[in-house]
Design a protein around this ligand. Structure first.
Ligand code: SF4
Length: 235
């Protein structure tokens, strides 16, 4: 990975030591999150689609609607009229698009039994072949539904590690994912907990407008150092 500094381009490397130190600091502050909030792999997959571009609280309402109809299963979603499905998932936003994506996923699962025996690269390629399933959604599914050691890159990850000075914002998804996976022990439990802690931290402190006071990562944060160097200390 590279970072632009004026006209100069310098390499930015995610080191094992840095990543594990950050992980331990986040774990010490927030404790283990035991994600994903879903009772079955299918529920995780549905949640991964519904959470695209919306807050999890909205996803929960949509999932509760489906559970209330006892419809949070493959057969029910495939037989439910699409308009009815759209009405149930309306709280998650973009409900017409997400209805199509959910049905694409359901048809794929129906037509491809035995996915769990595939190796991770093959399974990932198959998931990415589904219309409406992009890298982040595929990796959510791989990690939290199939227990595969895949590091999820989302906007929170980019924001946090960008502010820490460890990555640049415009590096590509696959490049960034590969860098995290190369620096960390290949362990789905570690990856799932790390991603959860990043999300929790991004909501608690590293928000769009960051709350740096009492942030557990402030002492090694480049953004914070720049703020202090510029005489800004109250945030
Ligand atoms: S110090 Fe501020 S910018 Fe840095 S990680 Fe913490 S909240 Fe984010």
């Amino acid at each position: 990975m590279e970072r632009q500094t004026g006209r100069q381009t310098i390499a930015v490397k995610l080191s094992t030591a840095d990543l594990m130190m950050i992980y331990r600091q986040l774990l010490g502050r927030y404790e283990a999150q035991h994600w994903w909030p879903g009772e079955t792999p299918f529920e995780v997959m549905v949640g991964a689609v519904l959470t695209q571009n919306t807050a999890w609280s909205n996803v929960e309402k949509a999932i509760d609607n489906l559970k209330g109809l006892d419809a949070l299963n493959l057969e029910s979603l495939l037989t439910m009229p699409p308009d009815s499905l759209a009405a149930q998932i309306r709280p998650a936003g973009y409900f017409n698009v997400k209805t199509k994506r959910l049905l694409n996923l359901c048809r794929f699962l129906q037509q491809n039994p035995g996915l769990e025996v595939l190796d991770t690269d093959e399974l990932r390629a198959r998931l990415l072949s589904i219309h409406g399933i992009g890298p982040e959604t595929a990796d959510d599914i791989l990690l939290y539904a199939f227990d595969r050691p895949v590091f999820v890159i989302d906007a929170y990850t980019r924001r946090l590690f960008g502010r820490l000075g460890l990555i640049v914002h415009d590096c590509g998804y696959e490049s960034l994912r590969a860098d995290f996976e190369a620096a960390l022990r290949s362990d789905s439990t570690l990856f799932s907990e790390y991603h959860a802690l990043i999300v929790v931290h991004a909501k608690a402190h590293c928000r769009t407008k960051p709350v740096c006071v009492s942030c557990p990562l402030s002492e090694q944060c480049r953004y914070r150092m720049d703020q202090l160097a510029n005489g800004i200390s109250a945030v």
